[in-house]
Design a protein around this ligand. Structure first.
Ligand SMILES: NC(=O)c1ccc[n+]([C@@H]2O[C@H](COP(=O)([O-])OP(=O)(O)OC[C@H]3O[C@@H](n4cnc5c(N)ncnc54)[C@H](O)[C@@H]3O)[C@@H](O)[C@H]2O)c1
Length: 323
């Protein structure tokens, strides 16, 4: 029988791509989202309508639910086989302005999801963790074995706390888990607060872009189809194994400097450069660079889309979505 997967944060960037992939792969998908005000509900409704146009959309059901609200969460009566917990307050810089809401959603909300799973006897979870956990780790590439005891933003410490919460429930209640540390995911429907999406809009409109720092900071950009393909591999691993708790980097392992990222967008759009340099922002890490050997060995993960190809696809989508 087709497995039924609960995706928290299904109306968001990564959650909506994952919903589509799982439907295409023959899963039943139960999506929840509270249309958090971090960015517009309109964009999330557009993501949901893309899911609804999937050939298997009859296997998708959606609940407007806030994971911080137990009554709403427990109103979901579906018989769930596995949870992919993606819902969160995302973003490093806003977490410095308002740490409490990050703790409410990411730590208390995750606790509710875990208690919901325990009570409903759902014993498998894939969790959306983050490369920001590595802080300003000097050793590259970042390995799952590295010390992650020195986060530099509230967002990062909530994500690390989530990995620890999930381990506790793995130990106490035999919930099998894979925590996937995503590395700067980009592509169609990317969150509007993230640099690549902002830069594409500004450069297309011949407006200047703001570059924080001297352009030497590095990011291991991962195309969204590679990220959701990695989540699917983690789901299949959990379906076929017991007594699992793993933390796995899901990056591209080919970091680019901020300057190279900006140059690629200008090149693909064929526009004149117009860049304003500003000081580095607190909480921003200097670089991210994933060692993906564990993802390759454990899950058979192999990212396929290079940065320039991903940017070209993102720009095509961006042009179409503006029409
Ligand atoms: N995008 C990246 O580069 C990246 C990198 C590392 C980790 N992550 C993690 O991946 C996940 C998805 O990121 P994204 O970029 O798709 O973000 P997103 O904001 O597009 O998606 C998150 C979704 O969760 C929903 N949500 C927030 N609070 C909720 C609540 N209380 N109840 C129910 N739903 C709620 C939001 O409405 C949103 O639709 C997040 O957990 C994020 O921390 C993302």
């Amino acid at each position: 029988m087709a497995k039924k997967i609960l995706i928290t944060g299904a109306a968001g960037f990564i959650g909506s791509h994952l919903s589509e992939l799982l439907l295409t792969e023959g899963f039943k998908v139960v999506g929840l989202d509270n249309f958090d005000s971090f960015y517009s509900k309109e964009l999330k409704l557009a993501n949901l309508s893309s899911i609804q146009s999937n050939n298997n959309a009859a296997n998708f059901s959606f609940y407007e639910v806030d994971i911080c609200n137990k009554e709403q969460l427990y109103s979901i009566q579906d018989d769930i086989d596995l949870v992919v917990h993606i819902a969160a307050k995302a973003g490093v810089r806003p977490s410095i302005q308002n740490p409490t809401v990050y703790i409410d959603t990411n730590i208390n909300g995750t606790q509710n999801v875990l208690d919901f799973m325990r009570e409903r006897e759902v014993d498998k979870i894939v969790f959306a963790s983050s490369s920001s956990i590595y802080g300003n780790n000097k050793k590259t590439p970042f390995s799952e074995l590295d010390d992650v005891g020195r986060p530099i933003s509230p967002y990062a410490f909530t994500k690390r706390a989530n990995e620890l919460q999930i381990h506790t429930y793995h130990y106490l209640y035999e919930i099998d888990a894979i925590c996937l540390r995503f590395f700067t995911v980009f592509g169609p429907r990317q969150r509007p607060d993230l640099a690549i999406r902002k830069f594409i809009s500004l450069i297309q409109n011949n407006e200047p872009i703001e570059m924080y720092g001297d352009g030497s900071t590095g990011r291991d950009y991962t195309y969204v189809q590679d990220t959701v393909a990695g989540i699917l591999l983690a789901i299949n691993y959990l379906v076929n194994h017991k007594k699992v708790y793993e933390i796995v980097n899901l990056g591209n392992s080919k970091p680019l400097s901020l300057r190279e990222m900006i140059d690629t967008i200008y090149e693909v759009l064929g526009k004149e450069k117009n860049i304003k340099q500003l000081p580095m922002q607190p909480g921003d890490v200097e670089q991210t660079f994933a060692d993906i050997s564990k993802a390759k060995e454990l899950l058979n993960y192999s990212p396929k889309v290079g940065f320039k190809e991903g940017i070209s696809r993102f720009i095509e989508w961006h042009k179409l979505s503006k029409k």
